[in-house]
Design a protein around this ligand. Structure first.
Ligand SMILES: *Cc1c(COP(=O)(O)O)cnc(C)c1O
Length: 403
């Protein structure tokens, strides 16, 4: 079949700096999951010994994932992805409440949070999207104002932003939510493996994780639900996951996720040090070599692996395409919508200056990147920027007849 045949053509050298989109499966992770694709194929819900053996591995995996965020094993629900976890948390909490609680989220959430919140708005809930400042910092006064006088609101604020790497003060958010009896969900997908997650010291009620964002494969996620927090399950059917998520468990994915959690738990401190050294060199090098750039996000509270940078007067898409030809994989801060280049909702919410909005790109690193790759990027990017700017109708003092 063509799809298999074409895979041989994919050995082109790539310098992959798009790890906030997805990551490489760690070889150690692949090794532990393989038996569950082969001989250990039993259904953990089966009564016989063959299923029972697999069920024991499911228990062990649940303990490992719980340890990663300092939760109890029965607070861990395995899902198919973080999009499912986000939907299940927000819609499940709203449905359980019976009334129509106020929904409070932020303007810079992932669509997996924003869209369910907007659906609830369409269904009659009051819904608020909290603003951020030009560095992507959350307006905590707005959060306090919106919660004042409410009881039982549902709040969803991400731990760290996928586009800028800005880390939100989730401990403070959790404390404020507690004062107002609000249910607090956090999308911690980008925090996993990069900042410490401890649900005993940061009292979140619900939390989402995604395997493929930290070196497990695609198709497995986690929803943490604190004991005593009630929600109506989203997936109905069998009794799996303590009646909270029906469907036969994705055993290879779950085992892989548990191994990725163990590796992140053990290796995080060293990894963060390595990531920030590479990211800081990349950032300093680009800022030094390219005039008219803007680093987007809260540089004082930012994931160690993320650099979102605007090259003024040019399009992020053009940069990404050129770099792709050189084997360099990055993301843009804008999405091409119906032929017009719309900046991302995150960059727009930050009120990034006009000249810098469209030229934003994201470099996101992982443990598998090297300083050599950083230097390769530092060699290749500045000439691309200079060339694109020479062709641009915009520039300092040049407005392309637009203004
Ligand atoms: C990738 C991502 C998601 C979605 O995760 P999936 O497992 O791919 O559904 C949700 N939130 C954030 C912040 C992400 O970066």
């Amino acid at each position: 079949m063509a799809i298999w045949y074409n895979m041989t053509a994919m050995n082109m050298k790539t310098v992959y700096f798009d790890n906030n989109a997805t990551t490489q499966v760690a070889p150690e992770v692949r090794d532990v999951m393989l038996p569950f694709l082969c001989e250990l194929y039993g259904n953990p819900s089966s009564m016989h010994v063959f299923g029972g053996r697999v069920a024991k591995f499911l228990d062990r995996a649940r303990e490992e994932v719980a340890a990663f965020i300092n939760a109890e094993p029965d607070e861990i629900i395995f899902t198919a992805c973080a999009t499912e976890s986000d939907n299940a948390a927000i819609r499940g909490a709203a449905e359980f409440s019976g009334a129509k609680p106020k929904i409070i989220t932020t303007a810079v959430e992932h669509p997996a949070v924003l869209q369910p919140c907007r659906r609830l708005k369409a269904q009659g809930h009051e819904e608020v999207e909290l603003p951020v400042d030009s560095d992507g910092r959350l307006d905590m006064d707005a959060l306090r104002r919106e919660l004042a006088g409410t009881r039982g609101a549902i709040v969803s604020v991400m731990w760290a932003n996928n586009e800028t790497g800005t880390v939100f003060p989730v401990a403070e958010v959790a404390g404020i939510c507690r004062e107002h009896g609000a249910v607090f969900h956090t999308d911690a997908v980008q925090a996993a493996g990069k900042v410490k997650i401890d649900v005993k010291s940061v009292p979140v009620d619900m939390l989402s994780l995604s395997g493929h964002k930290f070196h497990a494969p695609k198709g497995v996620g986690v929803l943490y639900v604190r004991r005593g927090v009630r929600f109506k399950p989203f997936m109905l059917g069998g009794h799996q996951e303590g009646h909270r998520r029906a469907g036969t468990e994705n055993m290879p994915g779950i085992i892989a996720l548990a191994k990725a959690c163990e590796m992140a738990r053990v290796g995080m401190a060293a990894e963060v040090e390595k990531l920030s050294a590479m990211r800081d060199r990349l950032e300093a090098g680009l800022v030094a070599a390219c005039p008219d750039v803007r680093v987007n996000g809260d540089r004082a509270n930012r994931l160690a692996n993320t650099l979102n940078i605007s090259f003024e007067y040019i399009e992020g898409e053009a940069i990404a395409y050129r770099l792709s030809d050189l084997g360099i994989c990055i993301s843009t801060g804008s999405a091409c919508a119906s032929g017009s280049l719309e900046p991302s909702h995150v960059i727009r919410a930050m009120g990034v200056p006009f000249t810098a909005v469209h030229g934003s790109v994201r470099f996101s690193l992982s443990r598998y990147n090297t300083m050599g790759e950083v230097d390769y990027i530092l060699e290749k990017v500045p000439p691309v920027i200079a060339e694109l700017r020479a062709m641009s109708p915009f520039g300092p003092g040049r407005t392309g007849g637009m203004l």
